[in-house]
Ligand binder design. Structure first.
Ligand SMILES: CC(C)(COP(=O)(O)OP(=O)(O)OC[C@H]1O[C@@H](n2cnc3c(N)ncnc32)[C@H](O)[C@@H]1OP(=O)(O)O)[C@@H](O)C(=O)NCCC(=O)NCCS
Length: 121
């Protein structure tokens, strides 16, 4: 059975460093616990979000997820891997994420010290 997101992040031992996890509002949420070098800084605590699909696109699940991660896991960098669609890319920029990688297949991250803009303007 898939762990919940909290089980995965709070109790790493029983799980591998990557897993599909369950989280309200998400049809598919594949996460990875890793370290990364982003914009000149090494980050020890990084959660990768990959292969993600919300139950109701546009329903706010992503904003709720990031708000929760920032509140409950404030030391973690949130890294959204390989964002292909323009709509999501633009939204990530509005929310305060930085681009990592080239324009062809960019990823986006929000570091602990970055400002987070959860409200829709
Ligand atoms: C992209 C996705 C994961 C975002 O989650 P969400 O819960 O819909 O996001 P929210 O409602 O919190 O909105 C956050 C941003 O997501 C993006 N978004 C919202 N609805 C979207 C849709 N139907 N398609 C693509 N991106 C969408 C927008 O950039 C939005 O920011 P904005 O409101 O400033 O425009 C979700 O829309 C989805 O599953 N889309 C289909 C699959 C997909 O594109 N996965 C991404 C792989 S990288």
């Amino acid at each position: 059975m898939e762990p919940t997101l909290d089980e995965f992040l709070k109790n790493p031992k029983p799980y591998a460093n990557n897993s599909y996890v369950t989280e309200p509002g998400w049809k598919s949420l594949y996460v990875r616990r890793t370290s990364r070098y982003t914009n000149g800084k090494f980050r020890h605590l990084v959660i990768d979000l990959a292969n993600i699909e919300s139950e109701t696109p546009g329903g706010g699940a992503f904003r709720r997820l990031v708000t929760r991660l920032r509140r409950d896991y404030p030391k973690w960098t949130i890294y959204v891997e390989s964002v292909l669609g323009d709509q999501f890319r633009e939204g990530l920029r509005r929310m305060g994420f930085h681009q990592a990688g080239d324009d062809f297949c960019p990823s986006f991250y929000l570091a602990p010290e970055d400002s987070w803009h959860p409200r829709k303007k």
